[in-house]
Design a protein around this ligand. Structure first.
Ligand SMILES: *[C@@H]1O[C@H](CO)[C@@H](O)[C@H](O)[C@H]1NC(C)=O
Length: 324
């Protein structure tokens, strides 16, 4: 590629999620409320886990780290999408576009690895209960959390490495509400076949590896749970497992469809992208927290503890709202 011979596009134009003006007002209000709920719901998990010593176990520490990923995953593109509902033209600078691509892959990659780490934690707890304390100490837990960030960043850098240097010289219309790598890469004024295949392999390998690790660990766990179905602790294990498997399905389901469909240009992909960046982050706090007795009682404890202070009483109103 000859980099000296063209002038790079200064910005990209996003077509957004929908073109009807009436729907845009509705979406503006709807996604605003949803975004606020995502941030508050996930912050609630983080603060509950941090302030309740009984929840300082690997499972809950990873859960609150998952909430941090969720907040980031909902924040790299959604606020701009909400802003863009009421603004024309929807443009994004070249650098902004690359930043969105980078952040998406850091957070989505990191979240995948963390979901695998959480499955591993449940695998050790259920299948090797006698060794749990020695295998899953706080040190291992920190290693898994740091590892998910490192893998996320490395995966993202490898994706960007062959994107930023492509010649973007003319077409700059992205038919989405954010800079999606699979769409942006097609705009380069060069044969993008090899970069597209590399990108697909990179993301596909990352996704498929995590997905199969999850599949294996949950299968082993389910078989173990089934074999010991008489034990009292297994009912609890089963409800935790249901929560995990629901979240994993909701996270990977849309991802798989996006990648399968992206190369056949069907309109569903925008809806699925919204699903993984907006609905998964709100579902995590709902599924993990509101169905989990320990988290519920920790929230209740917090609520009664700080009910006198003004800020906290406002927060507890929000908690009440969320619990009802
Ligand atoms: C995330 O994990 C790290 C390492 O285990 C832990 O120290 C930290 O408190 C966690 N963060 C949150 C918000 O829970």
């Amino acid at each position: 590629m000859d980099k000296g011979n063209y002038s790079r596009v200064p910005e990209f134009v996003l077509l957004g999620l929908c073109s009807s003006w009436e729907l845009r007002y509705f979406f503006f209000v709807f996604f605003n409320l949803l975004y606020i709920a995502i941030v508050l719901g996930n912050l609630l998990i983080v603060f509950t886990v941090i302030s309740e010593p009984a929840l300082h176990t690997p499972m809950y520490i990873m859960l609150s780290n998952l909430s941090v990923f969720d907040i980031f995953l909902a924040s790299y593109a959604t606020p701009k999408m909400i802003h863009d509902f009421l603004h024309e033209p929807k443009t994004i600078s070249f650098e902004g576009c690359m930043a969105q691509i980078f952040l998406l892959h850091v957070f989505a990659g990191g979240e995948m690895v963390l979901l695998v780490a959480m499955a591993y934690d449940r695998y050790v707890a259920i299948c090797k209960p006698l060794h749990y304390a020695t295998i899953m100490n706080l040190c291992t837990c920190t290693g898994l959390v740091v590892g998910s960030w490192v893998i996320g960043v490395m995966h993202s850098l490898s994706q960007l490495a062959f994107t930023v240097n492509l010649p973007f010289c003319g077409p700059n219309i992205v038919d989405s509400y954010y800079c999606d790598l699979t769409l942006v890469i097609k705009l380069a004024c060069t044969d993008t076949y090899i970069p597209e295949v590399l990108m697909l392999l990179d993301s596909g390998l990352m996704g498929a590896t995590s997905f199969f690790l999850l599949l294996i660990s949950y299968t082993v766990i389910l078989i173990t749970v089934r074999r010991h179905s008489s034990a009292a602790g297994m009912a609890k294990a089963r409800s935790t497992l249901t929560a995990h498997i629901t979240v994993v399905t909701l996270f990977f389901g849309p991802c798989i469809f996006i990648y399968a469909w992206r190369f056949s240009n069907l309109p569903v992909e925008n809806i699925l992208s919204v699903f993984s960046t907006v609905f998964t982050p709100i579902l995590n706090p709902l599924i993990y927290t509101l169905r989990n007795k320990e988290v519920k009682s920790a929230i209740h404890k917090l609520k009664t503890q700080y009910v006198t202070s003004r800020l906290s009483s406002q927060l507890s109103l929000i908690r009440l709202d969320l619990l009802n």
